[in-house]
Design a binder for this molecule. Structure first.
Ligand SMILES: Cc1cc2nc3c(=O)[nH]c(=O)nc-3n(C[C@H](O)[C@H](O)[C@H](O)COP(=O)(O)O)c2cc1C
Length: 483
């Protein structure tokens, strides 16, 4: 029985000397890639998006935009097209085709679904919609206004447990959260790029949202909601009647789905909302890290961006062909500036990096103070080789100029924020991962998220105290072939 996030991490940790790492897949039970609601009325979303904002401009905005008053259907097309969309395909030697999306996903399993409650969108009846991303259409689930808090739009990001659990079993909930974090970040950056105000919420009532969306809560759950405020604070939301049984059945993705009790238990365990939402001043010291020296990392005057945000969304891929070319200083400074921008509160997570090959920077282990844009060093020497070995011997990681990692103290997190703090930390780690993917892409660099690692060994290499864990890692740096 899982009783806490620390328990869940212990239970799902990979260990070099014992099993736990997935070894075979039951192809007869492969989950559906797309959720289907046969027979619902659909509205097509245009793929024609004219959008030329640069990432540096988007993250440089101090506050979300001012008004959603002139919201149009074109805005909606941009939001959906830039948040969650198919971006290309790879043909496998065996004849299969893999469709890439605007977000990465552990194992390419894409557990996330996107729903939307709308009101006052010209050309779209107020209602609740499922976004069928494969066909790029909205499926009308119910009509009426289901926006709370005066929102004109509310997006709901859900995950279907079995999609990732099919491969990763009990460890899948980590990837459910990280993958969702990637998607939240795309959504939020897109809203910012359109100068739309927004509020993200990870602390809603799970049962109410499952009821509204017609989810089978043992199979599919909502992990985040993002609302776009309107001009009045009371939206006059309607009470949602129970949807027909067929909606609940749509959460099933394969004939013989197995259930993974640890996934359901950790989700239930983290149901209680956060205790406190004051910023935590010093999560770094809680992980047992006390850097011996700090360096300021200035933000470049001009970011060396090779493409705009919408091009980066299309071009983003997980690249693994890193080369030992030193990372130029200006690109390093730009990457750090993108990560340190103060629009992404990350008081549940500490960010650090192993520098392997950065112009003018001693190889070693560094930790970011995001508000100061500075890095504190704790270790010297090339540690990227060791980390590659720890990441299930993915040796290509040792070639990367930088290995970023996201860390938290699970015990402190629970004491400070309550059980739901775990969701906050993992979603934030995913958001930072997506920020890094996009930053690397606009700079013409490679990036790849890494969720597979021997947990205890990672904590040991980073010198974390026993209550702290590495949640996620992402490699970034020059690659052999970017295009
Ligand atoms: C949470 C997460 C964990 C991942 N872990 C790994 C990993 O351990 N090794 C790896 O090579 N790729 C990893 N990836 C990258 C995925 O394999 C990749 O996103 C997926 O195959 C789709 O390809 P694309 O990102 O190029 O579109 C991870 C991605 C995410 C979001």
């Amino acid at each position: 029985m899982i009783t806490s996030a620390a328990d869940y991490h212990r239970h799902t940790g990979y260990d070099r000397h014992s099993l736990g790492v997935p070894r075979f897949l039951d192809w007869t039970n492969q989950p559906n890639t797309y959720k289907e609601y046969p027979g619902l009325k659909t509205t097509a979303i245009s793929r024609d998006i004219s959008h030329d904002a640069m990432l540096s401009r988007i993250i440089g905005e101090k506050y979300p935009g001012q008004s959603s008053a002139d919201f149009s259907f074109e805005h909606l097309c941009s939001i959906l097209g830039l948040t969650y969309t198919l971006t290309g395909k790879t043909h496998h030697s065996g004849g299969g085709v893999f469709f890439h999306r605007s977000v990465p996903s552990a194992g390419g399993l894409y557990p996330c679904e996107l729903y939307m409650a709308s009101r006052y969108v010209p050309g779209l009846e107020s209602g609740l919609y499922h976004y069928a991303m494969g066909q790029h259409v909205l499926e009308e689930m119910r009509t009426g206004n289901f926006n709370e808090k005066g929102y004109v739009l509310t997006f709901f990001i859900t995950v279907i447990f079995f999609r990732s659990a099919w491969k990763y079993r009990d460890r899948a909930y980590r990837y459910h959260l990280l993958d969702s974090g990637h998607l939240i970040e795309n959504l939020v950056l897109t809203l910012k790029s359109l100068n739309l105000p927004f509020e993200s919420d990870y602390d809603f009532d799970d049962e109410c949202v499952s009821h509204l969306l017609g989810l089978d809560p043992e199979k599919e759950v909502c992990l985040a909601a993002v609302g776009v405020p309107g001009s009045d604070s009371d939206s006059g939301a309607e009470t949602a009647e129970k949807l027909p049984e067929s909606f609940y059945k749509a959460s099933k993705m394969a004939f013989g789905e197995s259930s993974y009790p640890a996934v359901e238990e950790i989700h239930r365990n983290t149901a209680r909302g956060v205790i406190q939402r004051e910023p935590v001043p010093d999560i770094l010291s809680q992980t047992g890290i006390f850097p011996h020296s700090w360096i300021k990392i200035p933000s470049p005057d001009i970011f060396p961006e090779k493409m705009n945000y919408s091009q980066a969304i299309q071009k983003r891929r997980s690249l693994r062909n890193f080369v030992k070319t030193p990372l130029p200083k200006i690109q390093f400074e730009a990457l750090i500036a993108f990560l340190c921008a103060d629009d992404l509160a990350d008081d549940t997570v500490c960010t650090g990096f192993l520098s392997g090959n950065v112009e003018g920077l001693e190889p070693g282990c560094y930790w970011l103070n995001r508000s100061e844009s500075s890095a504190g060093q704790t270790q010297s020497g090339i540690l990227t080789d060791n980390m590659a070995h720890i990441c299930l011997n993915q040796e290509w990681l040792s070639q990367a100029a930088l290995l970023f990692f996201f860390v938290t103290n699970l015990k402190y997190l629970e004491q400070t924020f309550g059980p739901r703090g775990y969701r906050h930390a993992m979603l934030t780690a995913g958001r930072l991962g997506q920020r890094l993917y996009l930053a690397a892409t606009v700079l013409g660099l490679g990036c790849c998220g890494i969720g597979a690692f021997y947990d205890k060994e990672a904590g040991g290499l980073l010198e974390l105290n026993e209550d702290s864990e590495m949640l996620y890692l992402a490699a970034a740096g020059p690659v052999k072939k970017f295009d």
